[in-house]
Write a protein that binds this ligand. Structure first.
Ligand code: OAD
Length: 240
């Protein structure tokens, strides 16, 4: 660890954290990108070409999220945040709201939020909004039928990059949970944190693409692995 750094934990979560809540992942068995082409559904040009197809896809995904409940992994992350207070940042690639439902507070949605919309005219974001009702005007500029899911699509810049980079530099501990380490820039966060002296831990069912960078690897379900890590830490993850 760099001299003079005070303890700070950055947790990065991915679709694997919500898998036990029955929200589909992207690249594991039965994942979304195994049955759908992201080029048809998750790019600005797909939305321009065939908005109905894109809305149908995100409406179906939003319906799944509306019915989902947080699992034990989400709950443990709330307990970890409560124990480490201001020395904690949760960055999620997930667009569902299960971290919020569980009670996470210091949370950044890198890839957007499926319960929100974004106006194509003025850029305002708002939510919760039902994707079944896409004719509503923007509550800020009143332009009608000119909004999109508040999701970062392929080729677009993720949100909160400055805050996240600053947190990665501060981090003394970095944990990635339930993410395949395929999508950048998130897959690069471990390199940045490690480069600035953080200890790095991976919790994932399968071997992530960037597994070799992590100091410690826990293979298995997020809820079970986190339960063990958290119980071994006895309330302080910075101890070891
Ligand atoms: P992926 O679907 O790529 O990877 C999910 C990872 O979670 C896999 O490596 C699984 O092994 C693991 N996994 C599955 N079930 C698990 C469980 N119960 N416990 C622990 N791990 C489990 O999902 P992400 O890495 O999140 O982007 O994908 C990154 C981005 O790619 C997403 O945010 C999305 C997608 O395209 C956008 O939509 C912009």
């Amino acid at each position: 660890m760099e001299q003079g750094k005070s303890d700070f934990l950055v947790v990065l979560t991915g679709a694997g954290v919500s898998a036990e809540s029955k929200v589909p992942t992207f690249r594991s068995n039965g994942g979304l990108w195994q049955n759908h082409r992201f080029e048809d559904l998750a790019t600005p040009s797909a939305f321009a070409r065939d908005p109905k197809l894109v809305w149908d896809f995100y409406r179906w995904r939003q319906d799944g999220v509306k019915n989902a409940k947080p699992n034990r992994a989400h709950e443990i992350l709330v307990e970890i945040e409560a124990a480490h207070k201001d020395n904690f940042l949760l960055v999620t690639q997930n667009v569902d709201n299960l971290h919020e439902q569980a009670g996470s507070k210091n949370l950044l949605h890198l890839h957007g939020e499926i319960m929100k919309g974004r106006c194509l005219s003025c850029g305002a974001t708002w939510g919760p909004i039902d994707y079944h009702n896409i004719d509503v005007p923007c509550p800020n500029c009143q332009t009608s039928k000119a909004w999109r899911p508040h999701i970062v699509w392929f080729g677009e810049t993720p949100f909160f990059m400055e805050e996240i980079q600053a947190a990665l530099k501060r981090a003394t501990l970095f944990m990635a949970i339930g993410t395949s380490g395929v999508v950048y820039p998130a897959a690069q966060f471990v390199h940045v944190a490690k480069g600035f002296g953080a200890k790095t831990i991976l919790v994932n069912l399968d071997a992530a693409d960037n597994i070799g960078v992590f100091d410690q690897v826990h293979r298995g379900n997020a809820s079970e692995c986190l339960e063990k890590i958290w119980s071994d830490a006895k309330g302080n993850l910075f101890q070891n």
